[in-house]
Ligand binder design. Structure first.
Ligand code: AMP
Ligand code: ZN
Ligand code: ZN
Length: 416
């Protein structure tokens, strides 16, 4: 009992000292009680390439860009898949530091496969390393909302956004927009400070028909119409001048074809390895056989791909220092697929794919910002996606968690 009292007293004392230090010498920039920041929304249009906007009539994108700042391009993280990239945008971490190494991969410690289509994995915080920006914000007294974002269904230190939704790709895009507009409405119940919004159909059409297809063009124009609809909603809510919007994508898209195929089963015996992931980055874990033997076979046949040992991966990939990354990594050249005979006979090759080297121009992606904090009518240099977590922390005036980004790399977007 006495111990409890002492402990409570100690808590109280600590809280008082903390409160006092905030009030007396706390940095007003990081004290949520004192800071009034404009709300921030990050919108992801999955698989959106710059050239899609350039070659189509997109009046709403054009307006968004001309009244804000567009980066020449965004450099995604490696591998250029949806889940690793959205998670790097959310956490500011390279893949080796957050552990979402692909959309689907096996973990030998957890003895389980992460798969982006499986709801249980979306809820299970053991998969997701790092702290997403919406939790950083909630921890510091801000209100976050997600109408989809990979990772938003899991908890971090027991915390999640105030509003989030289980992923269901069939929920109409207009419903997503209406909900977000309501959650940001200054007269509404939620009055969000930070939010995310996500659209997948441009990416889907890119896979199904290829990046140069008329179907992609149709999807891009549809996205433009949705952006216009969203801007109207913001106007109605009196938010048009208030909201800082980050309009971003996760990767580009490259053409694939059936004459650009690497049959891995013609190079190594697939019984000797576990394939953690397949294509366009094959992640290979030798089982009974020595790593060198598998690696040497792949190295001797290195054509239309590059192969690396985990500990020899070039530093720039930031893809070696995580236990989930297996011993051998094989990266297909842009446009090539890695498969085996059976799979190829069954499924062929989809016309569009991403996942390749993140420094290949086809994998570069879209990034633009618009809102009171940002410059107007400017084009900025390229930006790496790991810096966006720092940008949002700055805009919300919150203290960022440890991350791989830097505010200095995104200052070019800011008015001051
Ligand atoms: P990718 O296969 O890399 O092209 O990933 C794009 C697909 O990821 C989309 O078409 C969605 O079906 C799926 N997706 C996006 N966000 C989520 C999420 N939060 N939960 C589950 N699946 C998602
Ligand atoms: Zn994607
Ligand atoms: Zn995709």
């Amino acid at each position: 009992m006495l111990y409890m009292l002492q402990r409570n007293a100690l808590y109280l004392l600590t809280a008082l000292v903390f409160a006092f230090s905030l009030n007396s010498c706390g940095n007003p920039e990081t004290d949520p009680a004192e800071s009034e920041s404009n709300p921030v929304l990050m919108i992801s249009v999955d698989g959106l390439m710059n050239e899609y906007i350039e070659r189509n009539e997109t009046p709403n994108f054009d307006r968004f860009i001309s009244e804000g700042v567009q980066a020449e391009y965004m450099i995604p993280v490696f591998p250029t898949k949806t889940f690793p990239n959205h998670w790097s945008l959310a956490t500011g971490l390279y893949v080796e530091n957050h552990g979402i190494i692909s959309n689907s991969f096996y973990d030998y410690e957890l003895e389980a496969r992460f798969s982006y289509g499986a709801p249980d994995e979306q809820h299970d915080s053991r998969w997701w390393g790092g702290e997403p920006i919406w939790v950083t914000a909630e921890k510091q007294g801000k209100t976050s909302v997600n109408f989809f974002w990979p990772g938003s269904e899991a908890t971090f230190d027991g915390l999640q956004s105030t509003k989030w939704v289980d992923y269901d790709g069939s929920i109409p895009d207009s419903t997503r927009i209406d909900s977000i507009a309501a959650w940001f409405n200054p007269e509404g119940e939620v009055q969000a400070d930070f939010g995310t919004l996500y659209f997948s159909f441009v990416d889907s059409q890119g896979h199904r028909y290829g990046p140069d297809s008329p179907e992609v063009d149709e999807a891009v124009k549809e996205m433009d119409t949705l952006l216009g609809y969203f801007m109207e909603k913001l106007d109605e809510a009196g938010l048009a001048e208030e909201l800082n919007i980050i309009l971003v994508s996760d990767h580009g898209m490259a053409k694939q074809s059936e004459d650009k195929v690497i049959f891995i089963d013609e190079i190594i015996n697939l019984d000797d390895v576990d394939m953690i992931d397949w294509s366009p980055v094959a992640m290979i874990r030798p089982n009974e056989v020595e790593t060198d033997q598998i690696y040497n076979s792949l190295k001797e046949n290195e054509e239309n791909y590059r192969v690396y040992l985990k500990n020899e991966m070039p530093e720039r990939f930031h893809f070696s220092d995580h236990y989930r990354i297996p011993e051998i990594i094989m990266i297909a050249d842009v446009g090539y697929s890695i498969t085996n005979r059976d799979n190829f006979e069954d499924r062929g090759v989809v016309p569009g794919m991403h996942g390749f080297d993140n420094m290949e121009p086809e994998m570069f992606t879209f990034f633009a910002v618009n809102g009171p904090a940002f410059k107007e009518n400017e084009v900025a240099g390229p930006v790496e996606s790991v810096n966006i977590y720092e940008l949002i922390s700055h805009l919300l005036q919150i203290e960022p968690a440890e991350n791989d980004g830097s505010l200095d790399k995104v200052r070019m977007f800011l008015k001051e």
